[in-house]
Every structure is written in C-alpha cells, then in structure tokens.
Design a protein around this ligand. Structure first.
Ligand code: SAM
Length: 242
C-alpha cells in the first residue's frame, strides 16, 4: 500500500515515518510512503500557501492553487484523497480496516482555518476526523490515520494475531495484560495466567474483555457478537455490581 501525505511540515511527518513499526514497514516496503512539501507547489518568491479569508474575520486559509497542483501531481490511480478535518467522519476501527484495503491514500493536512472549500469540493473523496476537538493542523491526524491503517497491513505487526485481538477488533475492549515479575508491590498476576491451562486462560481473557467493555464502554456491548457464555458472564457482572 502507498500513502502520500501533503503538508507544510514535511519534516515533522518524515520523523514519525522513520520510527517504530511504521518505520520498519517503510524500510521493508510493506508500506510505501511519500511526503510532499506543499510549498514546493507554490511558485511565488515567498512560496506562499495561505491567504486571508474572503469575508474577513481573521485567520488564514490554505490556498487552492498549491493544493490542486500537489494533488494532481502526486495522486496515483486508485488513490483515495482524504482531507483530515474535524468535520469529517470519525476515524474508527471499521474505517481503519476499510482504508487498509485501499491501493493508496493521499492525505491532505490542513492548517490555520483549514483549506479553501474548492479543494474539498473538487479533490477530496472523504473527510476524516480523529475526534470532536480541534487541533492546529492535520499532520497529527494524518499520522494517527496512517498508523491505525498500517497495523492492519500484513507483515506490519510482529505478532500477526495481535491486531485481531486488540480492542474493537471483535467488538469488545482488550483483556488486561501482565508481564514479569509475577508479584509487584504486593500485586500478584492472576493464578490462571501461570496455570499452563490454555482453555482456562482463554476463558479468563474473554471474561475480562467482557468485564472491561461492560465497565468502560458498555455501548459496545449492544453491537458485539455474544454467545450464551458471554451473556452469563455479563449477567454475573451485573449481579456483582449490585
Ligand atoms: N476551522 C476549522 C473548523 O473549525 O472546522 C478547523 C481548522 S483546524 C484549526 C486546522 C486543520 O487541522 C484542519 O484543516 C485539519 O486538517 C486539522 N484538524 C484539526 N482538528 C482535527 C481533527 N479533529 N481531525 C482531523 N483533522 C483535524
């Protein structure tokens, strides 16, 4: 998969793309990335990418000409053009897995008051938001989206099963994790995890995933696929809390 990011802060984006598992995926070419400096598509002496808004009111707006030229130069067949925007559809697990099936993504990072509306109208296939709050630019949202998508690409995560087990993948939150030491400050790892009984460990993990979801995100339970055993666990949690 290829992901192209258009930004006025290309170095910020490049630094991230060199780190951690994303960095390894880029090096291994599992993920092909290209970072485009929007200013390379501004042709005046000052490489101007922004201007004052029509109608007044202060702030600046990213101009259409550099963005049109950048997208028209770097978009490849099959690329979905995504504008990061607080007005977009929320980035969820479902959207990240859907986007992981794309041939390519071209991510537009806004700044200031945002981008000229004609960019959205003419160039953008989807607007995506990372949450109901406003940041100062689209770079962090673009990187959040990239990482959320990349971990669904084959070979990106060291442990292939972990993406499938993580929170949201099966409609529930993840179960708690423990590592050594077995006892820390008087807190012991649950005995079942050191019992060597794989069936009991799996049952405990499912029960704890249900417990975490019930306590922290009960809304997820309405859509999760639950069997009889799950329902019995949830019923007992209800009793426990009474
Ligand atoms: N005036 C815009 C509004 O209220 O809808 C906000 C512009 S914001 C200050 C500047 C840029 O940051 C946006 O164009 C977008 O690219 C990015 N941005 C800010 N918050 C975001 C969010 N929650 N999700 C995705 N992108 C965001």
């Amino acid at each position: 998969m290829r992901i192209t990011i258009i930004s006025i802060f290309p170095d910020l984006v490049r630094t991230f793309l060199g780190a951690g598992l994303v960095g390894r995926a880029v090096e291994a070419k599992t993920l092909e990335t290209k970072v485009v400096d929007l200013r390379d598509h501004a042709h005046d002496r000052h490489r101007t990418v922004d201007d004052v808004p029509f109608g007044g009111g202060g702030g600046m707006v990213l101009k259409p000409e550099p963005l049109f030229e950048a997208v028209e130069t770097h978009r490849q067949p099959g690329d979905a053009v995504i504008l990061l925007s607080p007005q977009g559809e929320p980035l969820t697990h479902a959207l990240a897995t859907e986007l992981a099936g794309s041939r390519g993504l071209l991510l537009l990072c806004g700044r200031y008051e945002g981008v000229d509306e004609r960019v959205r109208l003419e160039l953008v296939d989807r607007e995506v938001s990372i949450g109901d709050y406003v940041l100062m630019g689209g770079e962090l949202p673009a990187l959040v989206l990239l990482e959320a998508v990349a971990r669904h690409l084959p070979g990106v995560l060291g442990n292939e099963t972990s993406a499938a087990r993580d929170s949201f993948a099966q409609g529930l939150l993840d179960f708690p994790h423990y590592t050594r030491p077995q006892e820390f400050r008087g807190l012991r790892v649950p005995d079942v995890l050191v019992s060597g009984d794989h069936g009991a460990v799996a049952a405990w993990r499912r029960q704890e995933a249900l417990r975490a979801t019930w306590a922290k995100r009960p809304d997820l339970l309405e859509r999760a696929a639950l069997d009889e055993t799950d329902r019995a666990v949830l019923a007992s949690l209800g009793r426990d809390s009474a």
